[in-house]
Design a protein around this ligand. Structure first.
Ligand code: ATR
Length: 280
């Protein structure tokens, strides 16, 4: 009898998980790179998470993405790397020498997208980050890793901005939400990590005309694709990086860890996911 080896597969673990675009992204890369592999959606309720993750390979998977509401809890079920620990959440699991590891690829998703959209962004000395949740922690980690010397951090709940500043040290300065207008004229890079501007959420009320003339504006929101913030920045002639770009770039390392090839974020992939996001 010959042993039948099943193709490698990864999955997305969430509850609910059905709305995710990750299968579209990973199936595109599997197809275009000619790799025989799979990427499934696994709806796993909170009470089933530990069993599923601890036996991930028995369930047939070489690794996984993790989404809401499990991103924090998987840290305790795996050995997180520095990135997952700093962000306090993991979105990617893989096996390393038989051990289940976890990481957070939002950091490189954010940086990779900025590098692709605005290669000169790193010259910004002062950066203004809006929001102090998990997405903000990933962004701030990436900015500091790239040597940004001053991050002004505004959040509606000041206490969360202070806690984040304490975690990352003196380069991060918490400022009051009401002081955003005063910080804008010095911000060479503005990043929205809040949910403001997202479909169904209130708009982000902010006057982009106060930004310096060569400022760069990034928004992590990708529904809608062009947020009112990005539209206003583009209308002023500012360079921008959008949330969809970050979503695509954050998927790269998971694929590489599971399938052994580093995939590229192509304009064809972007168009595919854009079409899916805008279909009714
Ligand atoms: P994520 O992990 O995606 O960052 P989160 O931890 O829920 O999600 O953070 C959401 C961010 O959006 C927070 O900075 C939140 O501000 P608070 O810390 O004050 O809650 C911000 N946010 C959400 N709704 C907001 C609103 N109406 N006005 C201002 N900020 C808002």
């Amino acid at each position: 009898m010959t042993a039948v080896t099943k193709p490698r597969a990864a999955c997305l673990i969430g509850w609910p998980a059905a709305h995710s675009r990750s299968p579209l992204i990973h199936h595109y890369w599997l197809r275009t790179l000619g790799i025989e592999g799979g990427y499934n959606i696994e709806a796993v309720p909170p009470e089933g998470l530990a069993e599923f993750v601890l036996h991930l390979s028995t369930h047939g998977f070489a690794g996984a993405n993790v989404t809401i509401p499990h991103k924090e809890r998987v840290l305790a079920l795996t050995r997180p790397d520095d990135r997952a620990q700093a962000v306090g959440a993991a979105n990617t699991l893989w096996y390393e020498a038989g051990e289940l590891r976890s990481t957070n690829t939002d950091i490189e998703g954010f940086l990779g997208n900025l590098d692709a959209c605005v290669p000169e962004w790193g010259q910004a000395e002062e950066v203004l980050v809006l929001g102090a949740g998990g997405a903000s922690r990933a962004v701030v980690f990436g900015l500091i890793e790239r040597g940004i010397s001053r991050v002004h951090l505004a959040n509606r709940t000041m206490q969360r901005a202070r806690a984040l500043a304490e975690q990352f040290g003196a380069k991060v300065q918490p400022i009051a939400w009401e002081s955003i207008g005063e910080a804008l004229p010095r911000a060479k890079l503005l990043i929205n990590t809040t949910s403001l501007g997202m479909h169904g959420q209130p708009p982000l009320e902010l006057d982009v005309s106060l930004l310096p003339s060569h400022a760069v504006v990034a928004d992590l929101v990708y529904v809608p694709l062009e947020t009112p913030l990005l539209a206003a920045a583009r209308a002023r002639g500012l360079k921008t990086a959008d949330g969809l770009g970050m979503l695509l770039h954050q998927a790269v390392r998971g694929f590489e860890l599971w399938f052994g090839r580093r995939p590229e974020v192509t304009s064809e992939l972007r168009a595919l996911v854009e079409a899916d996001l805008t279909k009714v």
